[in-house]
Design a binder for this molecule. Sequence first.
Ligand code: SF4
Length: 273
Amino acid sequence: MNVNHVNIRNIITKTKIPNADYTVNPYIGCTHGCVYCCAEYMARFSGHKGEKWCSFLDVKENYTFPSDKFQDKTILISSATDPYNHFEKQFEKTRAILLQLTDSSAHIEILTKSPMVLRDIDVLKRIKDIVVGFSLSSSDEIARLTEPFAPPPSERIEAMRVLHSAGIVVSALISPIIPFFSDYQPIVKAVGKYAAYVGFENLNLRGGFRAEVLALIKEHFPRMFLRFASIYNSRRAFYKYWHTRELEIHEFMRTMGNLPYKMYFFHGDEKKV
Ligand code: SF4
């Protein structure tokens, strides 16, 4: 891993991401190696053109923290890295940002795949309005292939339990739902005891990661490959597949009592495989 320190001016930036006004990415790059990572395009825009995503990490330094309290705004930590990637243990950049936000009036949302967030329970308790979201896509077995360097989903669910019992609000984002491989129902049943809400997001293959995802399915699940690829072969097939999954999720969530949920499904065009 090529680790650098880079000076930047702003650590909080405006965003058009749904449900957020600002994002904070304490690092450029990541360490989890998710095959479906849609942040991989960031390599081109951060002086790492030609470098493989998750082979470098820039640690952001020397920024001035805004004095704005961000009243009624939502700040997402993070959108293009995991704020608790492996190097957070050493550099504590996310912890430093949370400490800066303890007097903020903003709604803060963390999104992570790591139980390392438990280290910061003391700070999380001092923030007025915060939700710790865990990204969960599949079982431990599938995640070993699709998120090879991230902590297993079972450890994330255990971290949710610990945070919940410490009085911290937690949520789950079932993302991405990978056709045939993301058995989301047991995950939602497991997290339903702790999560204030869950979100669902489908896998799109519109980025540079498309070839890698298809190659992984072909290598490890050759008998599933044609069925998998056919979903991404035409707009019609894509829409039909995900529309059906969406209806299934609504049906399933009716069995989950009053657990609130949000759909972040992408229905747009898909290129030919
Ligand atoms: S944790 Fe998020 S940012 Fe990091 S590689 Fe995985 S999807 Fe990308």
